[in-house]
Design a protein around this ligand. Structure first.
Ligand SMILES: Nc1nc2c(ncn2[C@@H]2O[C@H](COP(=O)(O)OP(=O)(O)OP(=O)(O)O)[C@@H](O)[C@H]2O)c(=O)[nH]1
Ligand SMILES: [Zn+2]
Length: 293
């Protein structure tokens, strides 16, 4: 039987399989190989008189270590247009990390009833990122986000107060009804538990409750090597091979095609500013400090 791990606590795994939900232990072989099953893992399980066992972990599409989560398809970044104020540097940091991890980033601007998100939306759309606008008071925009999440494994992140819970409640009223305070829990700023958990969505897909992941504290997660950073800004791709110097850092060089594109208005200034800032941060770090796990 195959299934997906929806909870992993103390060596006990909850697996959602076609035949139902099973509590499983892992084969000792995993410990020997130093791999441990994670939430989001697709696994093959077997059942005997002693209970259920995870026999095999299928290849991962993506992998996050903190929080431990496999096969995440989408990282959804929620940002308010007003209060708390949008912070493009933090947003770009998270988008870059998602790109680095081969997870698709999605951006949602909330509170558009109070302030238009048009300018921000234009920036991210021009880059080629999927962007949504939501007014969580009326629920406008939530159906579009929900449709984008259908059939995927997604995680939400965003500063406290941006409207994560409100959006989740608008998108999945059934989740709230079925499980009480779940959607509030999913959106909470300060997590009380340390465990990742997946919630199954009606119509297919899962949402990850990722403790500690909801605040924009990127430094605690991953830092991208400076020579890999440009690849994480997807709109740079069509210019980087046109730079005069093959080892161009795209920060100040003569004949840098990326800088030319910024000047010509083809790459948004705010994105380039974020790149420069992140490049500076990456330069400060010694190699052993990187945790590109
Ligand atoms: N006007 C307006 N208010 C909103 C919108 N979305 C959320 N709010 C309000 O903003 C406040 C914070 O919303 P929450 O949904 O609790 O935000 P959160 O991101 O879940 O916050 P944490 O749980 O602290 O992480 C609440 O008072 C909401 O009513 C919106 O689109 N428009
Ligand atoms: Zn360059």
């Amino acid at each position: 039987m195959t299934g997906i791990i929806t909870k992993a606590i103390g060596g006990l795994y909850t697996v959602d399989a076609s035949d139902g939900i099973f509590e499983c232990k892992a084969r000792g072989i995993f410990r020997k190989k130093k791999i441990s099953p994670m939430c989001g893992d697709n696994v093959i399980i077997s059942e005997d008189k002693d209970g259920c066992v995870i026999e095999e972990i299928l290849p991962r599409r993506s992998e996050l270590i903190r929080p431990p989560l496999a096969n995440l398809d989408l990282l959804v970044f929620i940002s308010s247009t007003v209060e708390p104020k949008p912070n493009t540097l933090l947003l770009d940091k998270f988008i870059a990390i998602a790109e680095f991890k081969k997870i698709k980033p999605i951006v949602v601007f909330t509170k558009v009833d109070k302030r238009s998100g048009d300018e921000l939306v234009a920036v991210y759309r021009s880059v080629g990122i999927d962007v949504f606008e939501c007014d969580n008071v009326t629920g406008e925009g939530s159906a579009e986000v929900r449709a984008a999440l259908q059939g995927k494994l997604s995680a939400f992140t965003g500063n406290t107060g941006v409207g994560k819970s409100s959006l989740l409640n608008n998108m999945y009223p059934e989740l709230g009804l079925a499980t009480g305070e779940i959607s509030k829990k999913l959106g909470r700023g300060r997590h009380t538990t340390r465990h990742v958990q997946l919630y199954k969505l009606e119509g297919g897909g899962y949402i990850a409750d990722t403790p500690g992941f909801s605040s924009f504290d990127t430094n605690r997660y991953d830092i991208i090597f400076k020579d890999k950073l440009a690849d994480c800004f997807i709109e740079f791709a069509e210019y980087t091979d046109k730079c005069r110097f093959p080892d161009c850092s795209h920060t100040k060089e003569k004949g840098c095609a990326v800088i030319e594109a910024v000047k010509a208005g083809k790459i948004p200034h705010s994105r380039f500013d974020s790149y420069l800032q992140m490049y500076e941060d990456a330069k400060q770090l010694k190699e052993w400090e990187y945790k590109n796990d």
